[in-house]
Design a protein around this ligand. Structure first.
Ligand code: BMA
Length: 886
């Protein structure tokens, strides 16, 4: 008997753990069914204990059936796991208190993915969507004594392939990922993390499991399933209001009173209300007392992130029946697309609390192939690393997962703006009724779960699917194009957009990224060229063009993806490899590279400006190669990001007013080459240290045009500054500047980029000893009347491979213990570019790294993330600079 089947179930009440603490005075009971379950494969040859939440892969590894899934070629060796079907089983006994409750729900916060659920041998229903919660009413099925709960999971690979086969009318591309990814086919036919079938930075581990919690919820009369609150500002009345939405599950019709209050703002309102049997959603609005100045939530770098406590209490006949508390953060967000003077097209920027804000940050991918292995510490460390690199925004990319609540809670607290994609990427999708239905439910649930977070400033329908259609990635015949466009509009516009806007009017919705935004809409949602720099956001990649030449880059309104690959450091690769893997031409090195020609592209890009490693010792040559890929990546992304930041105030040849730079990508899913700035495990690549500078609130940027050197002062501050540029010219052979030039003081208004220095390079060099482009280089900084503002930056006048006089610097180091960290004092004999300190597998980070050393001595700090000592650090420390690798 099929008692209850839904494509997707309803919410549970503990969704906001950490943000909301909900309790019912009706003695609602919750019994967790998390913990040890039994797991078996289809023919019963494997039977093992398995942790819930968890997945089959993690369970097999934890029980010793398989070794480290990330070791060497194991992604391929363990392919069989996801080709099998698996069953999770648990037993539990009921307490007397629970069995007398009027209603009992069995709740699954996340099933991965295609499951059949049965209780005591009776089928409860099926699951098809990893991003949905499912619940089942089970009171009548529960027994005194032992109850048996079983979840059978189908192989996601076989299920996707079956779905594909059943879809006979036309192809929904792509059929399979590129061979280099060693992945599985037809992931677009299953509502599951799209990158779990492989990506160009990640392995194929199509997981199966109960990836979130399982529990019983028992109650009388009613329970509060979910609460969300969205603050809205009324300009005409200069007044805030908070829209509170309650999802209530009532056993019978219930009448009563509801009181909403924010005591700190002297705001309280009471409503007479009633709840019908079943699940109902009700909205209530509390007006905020205008006598109070509401403290606003600001993005990192623009102010604080204060919140208020909202209390919600329900009464029946004067008795309190439920009470809950949540956080409310006040802020407004607008996406401004309007004509720009001197430029065709439309602007594209965010205004938070009325202030235009330049978005600085990166793109977020899943932290691990096995979500059950993502710990709070890992999340905190990555998000803190983003903030420590002066980022204020992250895009949660649409090929991964909607992140867990803690992710958004931390973003709220740190002031990280989140560009939230829906989970569709680089593909076309089916539009059969079942598929659309489950997607609609997914969107409702995710928006309800997440909309209280001020950090989320935009919803975005998909990753690159407009571009894929517009620029014909999949070779769709022209005659069939209209059908694919109709399907596209049906999924993202008629369904996702519509559902989102019914659920949340408090932030913008964009159909795709990249897109021309309002212009794409004009063109029927698929623009002729979604990469048009005059509109919307742009993704731009070129691995072949010279990344040191800013003319390479499109001057976009908003750069939401761009980047270059690099390899992680040796200490990250070592635990998943063996000696024979440690060369750039090894099978391992090519196996971990999932982007066609990626390893070669890195070397070619590096060779444009650097000598390549030529050590005879194979290990040194390998580690030097890892190093040079990081140098290349850091310098490339620096050049591109600085170009975007200095383009914020200008329109040149009709292009500019750039207001966002989110490079691809922040983090890694495993130990492999990728575009990330942070390695798997949390170690910062050179790029992340560079980001700390190139995202600084105040930044000097240099570039050349027609042999003239320009320096721009960029300021994200609110107040105006008066700044001068100070340029130091160094010879590659000496540690003291050959000469110093000062510009005059100029006004740098808050939120602008202003040219503060301009001089033909020839004039500059002529006035500076015997300097030529080959013998000298520049450092520069900004100063106000009393001190330096922002970091010191550098500009090379030639490729370092052509530099005359660059010598081995023989850098020595002394490590000392300080109160809360260690200091490393370096001594150098000569100018040293890209000085890289590495303490192997001692986790932690330096205060600065990858820097240009133009002084005899320099001290940096190392903060360790576990106990260590001067002796251990000294023994582990290696120092590499550019001249040390050839
Ligand atoms: C963009 C992303 C990802 C991809 C990255 C690097 O297209 O959206 O799909 O990993 O480029 O190729």
């Amino acid at each position: 008997m099929l008692l209850h089947e839904r494509l997707c179930g309803w919410a549970c009440w503990c969704l906001f753990s950490g943000v909301f603490s909900v309790f019912s005075l009706q003695q609602r009971l919750t019994v967790s069914l998390n913990g040890k379950w039994r797991l078996s494969n289809s023919n019963g040859s494997l039977l093992l204990p398995a942790q819930v939440p968890g997945c089959v892969h993690s369970a097999l590894q934890q029980q010793g059936y398989i070794t480290d899934l990330y070791f060497r070629f194991n992604d391929v060796s363990y392919r069989w796991i996801a080709l099998d079907n698996w069953t999770y089983t648990t037993t539990f006994t009921l307490s007397a208190e629970l069995s007398v409750k009027q209603k009992v729900l069995l709740v699954f916060d996340g099933v991965d993915t295609v499951g059949s659920i049965s209780l005591n041998g009776i089928a409860l229903g099926k699951t098809y969507n990893m991003f949905c919660r499912y619940d089942f009413s089970v009171k009548d099925l529960l027994k005194d004594g032992e109850n048996v709960l079983q979840v059978g999971l189908l192989s996601p690979i076989l299920y996707a392939s079956e779905q594909r086969k059943a879809h006979t009318s036309y192809v929904v591309p792509p059929e399979c990922p590129p061979g280099v990814q060693k992945g599985e086919c037809h992931v677009n036919f299953i509502r599951k993390e799209q990158s779990s079938f492989s990506w160009d930075w990640g392995p194929s581990f199509p997981t199966m499991g109960l990836w979130k919690g399982v529990r019983l919820e028992a109650f009388d009369i009613l329970q509060l399933v979910q609460v969300s609150s969205v603050p809205l500002y009324n300009d005409a009345f200069s007044q805030w209001r908070v829209q509170v939405e309650l999802l209530i599950d009532a056993v019978q019709t219930a009448r009563g009173q509801l009181t909403l209050s924010i005591p700190e703002l002297d705001s309280e309102q009471t409503f007479q209300t009633h709840f019908n049997p079943g699940k109902t959603k009700s909205n209530f609005t509390i007006l905020i007392n205008t006598a109070h100045q509401v403290k606003l939530w600001w993005p990192n770098g623009h102010g604080e992130q204060p919140f208020y406590r909202l209390t919600i209490r329900g009464f029946q006949d004067q008795f309190l029946i439920f009470s809950t508390e949540s956080k409310v953060y006040f802020r407004t967000v607008e996406l401004i697309q309007e004509p720009v003077v001197g430029s065709p097209g439309l602007s594209f920027y965010f205004r938070i609390n009325g202030k235009p804000i330049f978005l600085k940050g990166s793109n977020w991918i899943p932290v691990h192939s096995f979500q059950d292995q993502v710990t709070p510490d890992v999340l905190k460390n990555l998000l803190q690393s983003a903030v420590d690199a002066n980022m204020n925004a992250l895009r949660v990319w649409g090929g991964g997962v909607y992140e867990q609540d803690l992710f958004y809670e931390i973003c709220d607290e740190l002031g990280i703006m989140v560009w939230q994609d829906f989970m569709f990427a680089c593909a076309m999708y089916p539009t059969e009724t079942d598929f659309i239905q489950t997607v609609r439910e997914e969107v409702v649930q995710q928006v309800q779960r997440l909309k209280s977070h001020p950090s989320i400033i935009i919803w975005s329908g998909n990753n690159e699917n407009e571009a894929a259609l517009a620029t014909d990635w999949f070779g769709i015949p022209a005659s069939q194009r209209p059908k694919y466009i109709r399907d596209y509009v049906m999924l993202y516009v008629d369904n996702i957009k519509k559902v989102v806007q019914e659920e949340d009017q408090s932030r913008p919705f964009l159909v795709s990224s990249p897109t021309n935004g309002a212009e794409s809409e004009q063109e029927g949602w698929v623009a002729e060229n979604p990469y048009d720099p005059h509109y919307g956001d742009v993704h731009f990649y070129s691995y072949i063009l010279d990344c040191w030449d800013w003319r390479t880059f499109p001057r976009t309104r908003f750069a939401s993806e761009y980047g270059f690959q690099s390899w992680p450091s040796f200490s990250t690769l070592q635990p998943v490899s063996i000696k024979e893997d440690w060369s750039y031409g090894s099978n391992f090195t090519s196996h971990r590279q999932h982007h066609e020609d990626g390893n070669q592209q890195m070397i070619l890009q590096a060779a444009l400006h650097f000598h390549l490693p030529n050590a005879t010792d194979p290990l040194k040559r390998f580690t030097d190669t890892l190093y040079i890929t990081q140098v290349m990546q850091a310098q490339c992304v620096k050049t591109q990001t600085e170009f975007y930041r200095r383009s914020r105030s200008e329109i040149i040849e009709g292009k500019g007013h750039t207001m966002g730079a989110l490079y691809w990508q922040l983090n890694d899913i495993w130990q492999a080459p990728s575009w990330s700035s942070i390695e798997f495990g949390g170690k910062w690549k050179m790029l992340h240290y560079f980001a700390q500078s190139f995202f600084a609130a105040v930044l000097p940027v240099a570039f050349e045009e027609d042999d003239t050197l320009f320096i721009y002062a960029i300021s994200d501050l609110s107040r105006d500054l008066k700044l001068r540029a100070v340029v130091n010219v160094f010879s590659w052979t000496e540690l003291d500047p050959v000469c110093t030039l000062n510009s005059s003081m100029l006004l740098v208004p808050g939120g602008s980029a202003v040219a503060v220095f301009k001089q033909p390079v020839a004039t500059l060099l002529a006035g500076c000893g015997n300097c030529t482009r080959l013998t000298c280089l520049l450092t520069f900084q900004l100063e106000d009347d009393s001190s330096q503002q922002g970091p010191t930056n550098h500009h090379f006048l030639c490729s370092p491979k052509d530099a005359q006089g660059l010598r081995r610097p023989n850098i020595t180091a002394k490590v000392e213990e300080k109160k809360t960290c260690f200091s490393v004092t370096l001594h150098s004999d000569s100018v040293a570019p890209f000085v890289w300190l590495d303490v192997g597998n001692i986790p932690g980070r330096f205060s600065s790294n990858g820097f240009l050393m133009v002084s005899r001595n320099r001290t940096v700090d190392f903060t360790a993330w576990r106990p260590t000592s001067v002796a251990e650090l000294t023994a582990s420390l290696t120092i590499t600079s550019l001249r040390d690798i050839y």
